[in-house]
Write a protein that binds this ligand. Structure first.
Ligand code: ADP
Ligand code: MG
Ligand code: MG
Length: 896
C-alpha cells in the first residue's frame, strides 16, 4: 500500500487533511463518475516529512514512479514520449483553499522532442508550441523563480513584431521562436538549461510546490486566516487536457449560484482557445456561460448537468474549474465556493426552501462575522451630488471611502499611519496581498468576478470593484486616468461601491444598511423601505436564520449599556438584559467635581455634602434605566475607575500651583487638592486603588451607589414596574472584600425597605477579573449570587499585558513571529485565560448550585469566544448593543 501517494480513484471529499481540498474533491468527482482526467495526489504526509527533514522522502520517489507508470498504462501514453506524449499538471492543494498562494505548473513532460509528438498527436503544430512556451514560462517562474515580467515582455514583443494584440494570433512559427527566447531567459536568469528530461521536470515541479508552502506570502495568508503552519500541502499530478486546442476548446470557471449576491442560476466565465490561468488572470475578456451555450450547446448541457449533480451532492454552492477539449468536457476542480455575506444568508435559505438542507444546517452556514458585515452602512442612494468616475463589476460588497494608492507598499504604510486607503491596481496578484489587507477597498482595471482581486477580497470581506476597463492605471506615475480625461493622483479620496460597482471621486455620504434597519426597527419597516426584491430577500433571510438561532441557542444574550438610551437600542436589537451597566460614566461632566470631593475630602462633612448631592442624580439614572429594562435582569456594577481617570492630572496641577505661587496668588483649595492628589498618586493605576478597593477605602462611595440603586428599585416598584436590578462588585480578589460590601448592601437594602415600605432584596455578585478570584471562586460563591467574567481585565492580569500599551507596542511583532495568532483581547485565549474561566465555573457551581454565570468583557461579542463560553456552560454573554445580533447568531450556531 502506497504511503505517500493516492490515486484519484482512492480518496473522497472527507480526506482533506490527507489529500488537501483540491485532491479530496478531485477524488470525490472521480467517485461520482464525473469526467476528471486521471491522476494522483501526493499526500500532505509527504509534505510534512519534507518539512521535517528538508528532503524528499526516498519512498516518495518510488511511489511517484509507480503512480506515473499506472497513469501511463491507463492512458496508453508515456510521460514526455516522442510520439504520443502523456503530459501532466503539477498542482498544489492544501486543506484550506489559499487562492493564488501556491503554484501550478501545466504541460509537464514537454521538451524539444515531445513537442513534435504532441503536434503529431493533435494534428496542430501551433497548439503544441503554445503548450511548450507555457511550460517554459510557468516552470521558469514557479520552479526557477525567474521574474515573470521577463516572459511577459518577450510575449509582448513577439506580438508587437507581428502587429497583433492577442496571443491567439501568434502562429506556430512565432511560438517556436518564442520558446527559444524563453529558453534563453531561463539560461540567463538561472544559469542552467531548461530541463529536458520529463521526470526531472516532474520532480522539480513537485519540490517547488512543497516549497511554496513555506513562502512569505503563503505564511502571511495563513496568519491572516488563522490556518496552522504545520498542515502542509498536498500535490496533485493530473493528466493534461487542453483548452488551447483551437476554437472548439476553451477553459472556464463556474459557480452554481452567484457568489456575489446569491442570485439563483449558474454563472461563470469562459475563454475560448485558452489554457489554465488565462481566465482568472483577466488577460483577455471572457464569455459568459450564456455565451458558451450559444458556442457549444452540447458541452454546455453537460456542464450544467455536472453542476447540478455537484450541488445536490455537496448540498451547497460549488465553484468549478473546467476545460473543454475539442467539445469534450473535463472537470478540473470543484469545492464549496466562497461567497459574500449577503450571498451566504440568501443561499442558506434557498437551500432550505429547496429541501436540500435543514434550518439547523442553514444556521451553521452563516457566521457572526458575515452578519456584522451586513450591519455596515452603504452609500446614500441618490439626491446627492457626486462625481461618477466609472462603473465596473461589483465583486465584494460594502462602501469604501479612502485615499487612492497605487502600490501595496504605500497602502500598508499609509494604513499603518491610520489613513483609509483604497488600493487601485491594473490587476492584482499574490504580491498585493499585504496591500489588500491594509486597504478599506480594492479597485482593479482588469479581470472579472473570478479574478484574483475578486476572490481574495470576497474571502476577506473587503469591498472590491474589478474590471474598470475605462480607467488607465499607471502604478509608476501613481495615477489613474478616466475615459473623460480626469486624472486621479495618489492621495485623492475616492469611493467605491462593492454592491453596484460604481467608483466616485471624493467623499460620498453613506446610509445605514437595510439589515441594520431590520435589526433595529423590525421586519416590517425594513421590508417596507427596501429598495428592491433582492434587498427584501436578504432581509428576510437574515430574519429567518436569526429567529432560528433564537430558538436554538442555550446562551442568553445581554448587552453592555450604561444609559437608558443605549439600553433602548440594546433591547430593540434583541438583548434580554443588561450584563454590565458601568457607573463610572455617570460621574463625568459636572458631577466630576463632586466625585473629586468625595475621594479627596479630608473631613467627613465635606464628603457627606458631596455624597448627598450625588444621590438624587444617581437614583434618577438608575430609575430611567430600570424603566427601559422593565422585567429584565439589569446588572449594575459599582464604580471601578482607575483613580487617575477621576483626579486632576498631577503634573498639570503642580504647574498651575507653581505658576500661581510665582504670581503670589495661590488658591488655598488648589494647594490642598495638590497634596491630596500627591498622596493618592499611583505609578500603576490599573493595578492600584480601584474597584472594590476604592469602595472599601473611600467611606460612603459604595453606600451611595447601593442606596441609589435600592431607592430606584423602590421607586419603580411604587410605579408598578418590575425592576430586576443586581449589584455587581468589581475587581474582587478576596472573599473578605466581598463580605464587607455585602454586609453594607444588606444593611442599606433593609433601611430603604423600611423607609419606603417595600421589600428591596437585590442579588449581589462579583466580577471575576483577577486570577485569584478565579482560583478562589468556591469561597467567593459563598458571598456571591452571581459571577460575571470581566475577560478584559482577566486577560491583562493573566498575561501581565497592559492592554492600553501592548497592542501598539509589540503585538504586531508577536503575531509576525507566531507567539500570538490573534490578540487575546479580541478572541479569548482558551488555553490560558479560558482555563481560569473553567476553574471558576466549576468551583463556583460546586459551592453554589444556582450561581448565575455570565461574561461581560469584549469577548462576549466575539464569535469564536462565544463558542467557548457556550461549551464551558455560562448562562449568558453580554456585549455591546451593535454586537447583540451577532452574539444571538453565534450562540445559536454553538448549539446546533
Ligand atoms: P489554482 O488553485 O491556482 O486554481 P490549479 O491547480 O487549479 O491552481 O490550476 C491552475 C489552472 O490550471 C486552473 O485553471 C486549472 O483548471 C488548470 N489546470 C490544472 N490542471 C490541469 C490539467 N490537468 N489540464 C488542464 N488544465 C489544468
Ligand atoms: Mg484551481
Ligand atoms: Mg474590569
Amino acid at each position: 500500500m502506497a504511503r505517500y501517494v493516492k490515486d484519484f480513484s482512492e480518496g473522497d471529499k472527507d480526506q482533506k487533511d490527507l489529500l488537501g481540498g483540491k485532491g479530496a474533491n478531485l477524488a470525490e468527482m472521480t467517485r461520482l463518475g464525473l469526467p476528471v482526467p486521471p491522476g494522483f495526489t501526493i499526500t500532505t504526509e509527504a509534505c510534512r516529512a519534507y518539512m521535517r527533514t528538508g528532503e524528499v522522502p526516498p519512498e516518495l520517489r518510488v511511489e511517484v514512479t509507480m503512480a506515473v507508470r499506472h497513469l501511463e498504462d491507463e492512458l496508453g501514453r508515456r510521460l514526455g514520449d516522442f510520439h504520443e506524449p502523456l503530459l501532466v499538471s503539477v498542482r498544489s492543494g492544501a486543506k484550506f483553499s489559499m487562492p493564488g498562494m501556491m503554484e501550478t505548473v501545466l504541460n509537464v513532460g514537454l521538451n524539444d522532442a515531445s513537442v513534435q509528438g504532441l503536434a503529431e498527436l493533435s494534428g496542430d503544430e501551433r497548439f503544441a508550441w503554445d503548450s511548450y512556451r507555457r511550460l517554459v514560462q510557468m516552470f521558469g517562474r514557479t520552479v526557477l523563480g525567474i521574474d515573470p515580467d521577463l516572459f511577459a515582455d518577450a510575449l509582448d514583443k513577439a506580438k508587437a513584431a507581428r502587429g497583433v494584440t492577442a496571443d491567439v494570433d501568434l502562429d506556430a512559427g512565432d511560438l517556436r521562436a518564442l520558446v527559444d527566447t524563453y529558453k534563453q531567459i531561463v539560461r540567463d536568469e538561472s544559469g542552467r538549461e531548461f530541463p529536458q528530461h520529463p521526470r526531472e521536470q516532474l520532480d522539480l515541479a513537485i519540490v517547488a510546490v512543497l516549497d511554496s508552502w513555506g513562502t512569505d506570502r503563503a505564511r502571511l495568508y495563513r496568519r491572516k486566516e488563522r490556518i496552522p503552519d504545520d498542515l502542509g500541502t498536498a500535490v496533485n499530478v493530473c493528466s493534461m487536457v487542453f483548452g488551447n486546442l483551437g476554437p472548439t476548446s476553451g477553459t472556464g470557471v463556474a459557480f452554481t449560484r452567484d457568489p456575489g449576491n446569491g442570485r439563483l442560476g449558474d454563472y461563470g466565465d469562459y475563454l475560448v482557445n485558452a489554457q489554465g490561468e488565462d481566465v482568472v488572470a483577466g488577460i483577455r475578456n471572457t464569455l459568459s456561460l450564456a455565451d458558451l451555450e450559444q458556442v457549444d450547446p452540447a458541452a454546455y448541457a453537460e456542464l450544467r448537468q455536472a453542476m447540478r449533480r455537484l450541488e445536490t451532492h455537496y448540498r451547497d454552492l460549488c465553484d468549478i474549474e473546467f476545460t473543454i477539449e475539442r467539445g469534450k468536457l473535463w472537470m478540473l476542480q470543484t469545492r464549496v465556493g466562497k461567497r459574500t455575506a449577503p450571498a451566504a444568508f440568501r443561499i442558506a435559505c434557498q437551500l432550505v426552501d429547496e429541501h436540500l438542507i435543514t434550518m439547523d444546517e442553514a444556521l451553521s452556514r452563516v457566521t457572526g462575522a458575515q452578519l456584522s458585515q451586513l450591519q455596515f452602512p452603504q452609500f446614500a442612494a441618490d439626491g446627492v451630488d457626486r462625481v461618477l468616475l466609472t462603473r465596473a463589476m461589483p465583486a465584494s460588497p460594502g462602501a469604501a471611502v479612502g485615499m487612492a494608492v497605487f502600490d501595496p507598499a504605500t497602502a500598508e504604510q499609509w494604513a499603518a499611519e491610520g489613513k483609509d486607503v483604497v488600493l487601485v491596481r491594473r490587476e492584482t496578484n499574490p504580491d498585493d496581498l499585504g496591500g489588500m489587507i491594509a486597504a478599506v477597498g480594492v479597485l482593479t482595471a482588469r479581470g472579472g468576478k473570478t479574478s484574483h482581486a475578486a476572490v481574495v477580497a470576497r474571502g476577506m470581506g473587503r469591498t472590491c470593484v474589478v474590471g474598470a476597463e475605462e480607467l488607465v492605471v499607471d502604478a509608476t506615475a501613481r495615477t489613474m486616468v478616466t475615459r473623460g480625461g480626469r486624472t486621479v493622483t495618489e492621495g485623492e479620496v475616492i469611493a467605491i461601491d462593492g454592491t453596484s460597482g460604481e467608483v466616485f471621486l471624493g467623499d460620498v455620504p453613506v446610509v445605514p444598511s437595510p439589515v441594520q434597519r431590520y435589526l433595529e426597527d423590525g421586519l416590517e419597516v425594513a421590508l417596507d423601505e427596501a429598495p428592491d426584491d433582492e434587498t427584501r430577500d436578504l432581509v428576510l433571510a437574515v430574519h429567518r436564520i436569526l429567529e432560528h438561532a433564537d430558538t436554538t441557542r442555550r446562551l442568553r444574550v445581554h448587552a453592555n449599556a450604561d444609559t437608558a438610551e443605549d439600553a433602548t437600542r440594546a433591547r430593540s436589537l434583541g438583548a434580554e438584559g443588561i450584563g454590565l451597566c458601568r457607573t463610572e460614566h455617570m460621574f463625568l461632566g459636572e458631577r466630576r467635581v463632586l466625585v473629586e470631593r468625595v475621594v479627596l475630602a479630608d473631613d467627613d462633612d465635606g464628603r457627606q455634602e458631596a455624597l448627598d448631592a450625588l444621590l438624587p442624580l444617581q437614583r434618577q439614572d438608575f430609575t430611567d434605566l430600570l424603566a427601559v429594562m422593565d422585567g429584565l435582569p439589569t446588572t449594575i456594577r459599582l464604580i471601578d475607575p482607575p483613580l487617575h481617570e477621576f483626579l486632576p492630572d498631577l503634573t498639570e496641577l503642580s504647574v498651575r500651583v507653581a505658576l500661581a505661587a510665582e504670581r503670589g496668588s495661590v488658591d488655598e483649595r488648589d494647594v490642598t487638592l495638590l497634596a491630596a492628589v500627591r498622596r493618592m498618586h499611583e505609578a500603576n493605576p490599573m493595578l492600584g486603588l480601584r474597584g472594590v478597593r476604592l469602595g472599601l477605602v473611600v467611606p460612603g462611595l459604595f453606600d451611595l451607589q447601593i442606596r441609589a440603586v435600592a431607592e430606584a428599585v423602590a421607586a419603580r416598584l411604587a410605579d408598578g414596574g418590575h425592576p430586576h436590578a443586581e449589584i455587581m462588585v468589581p475587581l474582587v480578589a478576596s472573599v473578605q472584600e466581598l463580605r464587607l460590601v455585602r454586609e453594607r448592601a444588606t444593611t442599606i437594602m433593609a433601611e430603604v425597605s423600611a423607609e419606603q415600605g417595600v421589600t428591596v432584596d437585590l442579588p449581589v455578585g462579583c466580577m471575576i477579573e483577577l486570577p485569584r478570584a478565579a482560583l478562589t471562586a468556591d469561597r467567593l460563591a459563598t458571598q456571591a449570587q452571581f459571577f460575571s467574567f470581566g475577560t478584559n481585565d482577566l486577560t491583562q492580569t493573566t498575561w501581565g499585558f497592559s492592554r492600553d500599551d501592548v497592542e501598539g507596542a509589540f503585538f504586531s511583532q508577536y503575531t509576525a513571529n507566531g507567539v500570538l495568532s490573534v490578540s487575546p483581547f479580541e478572541t479569548i485565549d482558551v488555553t490560558g485565560v479560558g482555563q481560569l474561566v473553567r476553574i471558576a465555573v466549576e468551583r463556583g457551581r460546586t459551592a453554589r448550585a444556582d450561581l448565575t454565570l455570565g461574561v461581560c468583557g469584549e469577548h462576549g461579542g466575539d464569535p469564536e469566544s462565544i463558542r467557548f463560553f457556550d461549551a464551558v456552560g455560562l448562562d449568558y454573554v453580554s456585549c455591546s448593543p451593535f454586537r447583540v445580533p451577532i452574539a444571538r447568531l453565534e450562540a445559536g450556531r454553538a448549539a446546533v
